[in-house]
Design a protein around this ligand. Structure first.
Ligand code: PCP
Length: 390
């Protein structure tokens, strides 16, 4: 069973076999015709700025993909926000990278979508604990991709154990409903006590309190059962039973406080989106977010040759010529031909990534997170400011 889940192995990606068939036919044709032109190709989502920013990530995997290939690659830094124009540029003989286009775009498109959605969740509750709970919605072989994107966007942690081992960060989480079912209705106190006895001291004591009875009753029972050991309660009320979720949380807070349990935090999960998190952020202490991140649309990147043998070229609807992207003083993006004078107030965003097949950039996730959050502020990233001050 060398490949029991039929996933595409890393060697196939690195060797260019993780490709669309037409690139193999292109190679055969060009080799047959004795052609291998020197090209410049650019990865772009929108040709012109749209006013809407996304988070750029996946660049570390792209660097690995191009290592040892005889090309130069420039790219935005990991975690940078972008709006229009090229995010990555490749220069070299076309046959040095033709088949890599499929994997290159995949490395960027889905992780950038995850990170953009995670940033939306982050900014919906900037002061709260926000955790990534969505690894269960994706193929397990890309769980690290989800959790890394969540961390890059500033989330406080994630739930996936194997991803944690790869990323060097311990996964978080306490108990599912399955644990409560195994003890049964009426035995919730027994379940929470057993949990308290069984798990390590470093695990927060957060009791799941929506399984059998109402959230208030189970929260008070958890507080009575674990006393000062209880760190928090998690409310994962099913949407059909949710009613006014904000009111339920305030009611639980009130009743806990009334009995002296002011230190018990309230965490929420279950189908949360930025627009449902925002009205809860002043009454709940933390949120678990899954499907909003994992269900994010991939960023629609494409790779286009823009110069061939030193001459600008493009298909209809695309912009020819080697370009640069600038961040302007007002937080916007400016796209211009690379051989023109730089705008006086523009910060050049594309940076060298690979030179003649050698990776010349280092990647620190913490740096990318800092960049992402600072850049989100610089460009005013918030897709839902309308109700932010409720
Ligand atoms: C939480 C919630 C979702 C999970 C997290 C991901 O699970 O019910 O299924 O969040 P999402 O809805 O934002 O994608 P648990 O309450 O632990 O699930 P279970 O009912 O399996 O115990």
């Amino acid at each position: 069973m060398s490949n029991p889940f039929e996933t595409v192995p890393a060697t196939a990606i690195l060797e260019g076999d993780a490709t669309d068939a037409y690139f193999e036919r292109t190679r055969a044709t060009l080799e047959h015709a004795g052609k291998n032109p020197r090209v410049v190709a650019e990865v772009t989502a929108d040709q012109f700025p749209t006013g809407e920013f996304d988070v750029f990530t996946g660049v570390k995997d792209v660097a690995t993909l191009f290592e040892g290939r005889g090309v130069d690659v420039d790219a935005l830094p990991d975690g940078q926000l972008f709006d229009g124009g090229p995010v990555l540029r490749i220069e070299g003989p076309y046959l040095a990278f033709a088949e890599l286009e499929t994997s290159l775009l995949g490395f960027l498109s889905q992780p950038s979508g995850f990170a953009t959605a995670a940033l939306e969740a982050r900014l919906a509750a900037p002061e709260s604990l926000v955790l990534s709970f969505g690894a269960r919605h994706v193929h397990p072989s890309i769980a690290t991709t989800v959790e890394r994107a969540a961390l890059l966007a500033g989330l406080d942690g994630f739930s996936h154990v194997a991803a944690g081992e790869i990323l060097g960060r311990e996964a978080g989480g306490t108990m599912p409903h399955a644990l409560m079912f195994c003890f049964g209705e009426g035995n919730q106190a027994e379940a929470w006590t057993a949990f308290d006895e069984a798990v390590g001291e470093e695990v927060p004591r957060i009791a799941l309190v929506d399984t059998f009875w109402d959230e208030k009753s189970e929260s008070l029972l958890a507080a009575e059962t674990l006393g000062d050991d209880l760190d928090g309660v998690r409310i994962d009320t099913t949407s059909s039973r949710r009613g006014d979720f904000r009111h339920i949380i305030r009611e639980v807070r009130w009743e806990l406080d009334a009995r002296g349990h002011e230190d018990v935090d309230i965490f929420c999960s279950g189908g949360l989106e930025p627009e449902t998190i925002r009205p809860l952020r002043d009454v709940a202490d933390g949120f678990g977010v899954g499907s909003h991140i994992t269900g994010a649309d991939s960023v629609d990147f494409s790779l286009d040759i823009v110069e061939i043998e030193g001459k600008p070229i493009s298909k209809r609807g695309k912009l020819s010529g080697v370009k640069e992207v600038y961040r302007t003083a007002d937080g916007g993006h400016h796209v211009a031909l690379a051989d023109r004078e730089e705008p006086s107030d523009g910060e050049l965003l594309l940076e060298p990534l690979v030179r003649d097949g050698e990776i010349i950039r280092e990647f620190e996730l913490a740096d990318a997170t800092d960049r992402c959050l600072a850049d989100a502020e610089a460009v005013g990233f918030d897709r839902s400011t309308a109700d932010i001050d409720r």
